[in-house]
Design a protein. Structure first.
Length: 74
């Protein structure tokens, strides 16, 4: 997608579903990859919010069960 095509799209949240790696289990939250992504987006003035819906120990099946309600919420 080109930059002009990106400019025409509405911004929306980036929804992250994942396990302990995405939830930053065992490390300070601000050092996790999701927080680092959010920082990079802010540095580049990207019009996206990052929603981290990750749960330590989450499985693909668990994420799939939660997906519909998360999409409605965000």
């Amino acid at each position: 997608m080109t930059s002009s095509a990106n400019a025409d799209r509405e911004s929306g949240p980036i929804l992250v579903l994942g396990d302990s790696i995405s939830a930053a289990y065992g490390i300070p939250l601000e050092q996790g990859w999701v927080a680092l992504l959010e920082d990079k987006l802010k540095q580049h003035s990207a019009p996206y919010a990052v929603v981290n819906a990750s749960i330590s120990g989450e499985t693909s099946a668990g994420g799939l069960r939660r997906l519909s309600s998360l999409l409605q919420r965000y």
